[in-house]
Write a protein that binds this ligand. Structure first.
Ligand code: CP
Length: 316
């Protein structure tokens, strides 16, 4: 069964198959039990609300047996490696493991369930990129040619790591903007069209030419572990200097959209007054996460055939 550890594990063809399946699953009152007889383990080593709950609900609604493991209460706390833990899960018959870890890269062992990343360190968060892509696709009816501004803590964001690996292959042009201290290394993510320090540009100009802006939360909890943090912005000054204020949001066109993967720290990276702005899609992103993760679990469980739409429509 396949692993989904990186956005690179989703080909454009697979992405659109997953979008179709997610849309069909959303349209159904009673989703087909495509994971009946399968077991899905959730192994979370970092806090999560939306990813953990949506994977959990997704697996249950598809009829899987669901095991939820708090990593602190597993033998990981005694020093067992993630790879050895995954092997134990495979030996016990787990079919799919959904893993959130502080490690930047997940390396499953030879004997392993299908592993789906739910976020790995500062590396990747592929299903977040996928659900954001679906949200954009819904909003604009296309991805090809869209201009997306990603604004915030690029250096520490695993969400950006996956957007940069997914969206350019779907035709989205990414401009990435951050305080200079948080720009990250250009060579790591070559798919990004343009990467600019906010000290050098007008954020209003960037916003005016974007179809959508995806705002990222400053990952304060990761800054202590990275070099050069003394030059970093602070929570007090962040919004006025670098964030999406109400005044800056006026530069966005009425038909543009605002996304944020969550959790949002209102008043730090984005003005609380934008919570009810008609252009904001944060709630839709959360809702879409459930259906996209249902589709990914179907694929991870080996149940996504070439005619998945026909098959899903014929079941249940
Ligand atoms: N976007 C995201 O991963 O949110 P959670 O940490 O709440 O899962």
């Amino acid at each position: 069964m396949p692993h989904f550890l990186s956005a690179e594990d989703f080909s454009p063809r697979l992405v659109y198959a997953l979008f179709r399946l997610a849309g069909e699953l959303r349209a159904r009152q009673e989703p087909p039990k495509l994971l009946s007889g399968r077991s899905v383990a959730l192994l979370f080593g970092e806090p999560s609300t939306r990813t953990r709950l949506s994977f959990s609900l997704a697996a249950m609604r598809l009829g899987a047996e669901v095991l939820t493991l708090d990593e602190r209460l597993t033998s990981r706390a005694k020093g067992e490696t993630l790879a050895d833990t995954l092997e134990v899960l495979a030996l016990l018959g787990v079919d799919v493991a959904v893993v959130r870890t502080s490690e930047d890269v997940i390396r499953p062992p030879a004997l392993s369930p299908s592993v789906v990343s739910a976020g790995s360190g500062t590396g990747e968060h592929p299903t977040q990129a996928l659900l954001d892509a679906w949200t954009l696709y819904e909003a604009f009816g296309r991805l090809e040619g869209l201009r997306l501004l990603v604004l915030g803590d690029l250096r520490h964001s695993r969400v950006f790591g996956s957007h940069a690996r997914l969206l350019p292959r779907l035709g989205v042009r990414i401009t990435a903007a951050a305080p200079r201290a948080w720009l990250g290394r250009e060579e790591d993510l070559p798919g990004v069209a343009e990467r600019v320090a906010l000290e050098d540009v007008s954020l209003e100009d960037l916003l005016a030419s974007a179809d959508a802006v995806l705002v990222l939360r400053p990952q304060w909890e990761r800054h202590a572990h990275s070099a050069g943090s003394s030059a970093s912005p602070t929570p007090v000054s962040y919004l006025e200097r670098y964030g999406l204020t109400e005044a800056r949001a006026r530069a966005l066109r009425p038909e543009s959209r605002i996304l944020h993967p969550g959790p949002v720290t209102w008043g730090v990276e984005i003005d609380p007054s934008l919570r009810e702005d008609p252009r904001i899609l944060v709630r839709r992103q959360v809702e879409n996460g459930l259906y996209v993760r249902m589709a990914v679990l179907v694929a991870a469980g080996g149940n996504l055939g070439p005619c998945e739409g026909d098959r899903v429509a014929g079941e249940g």
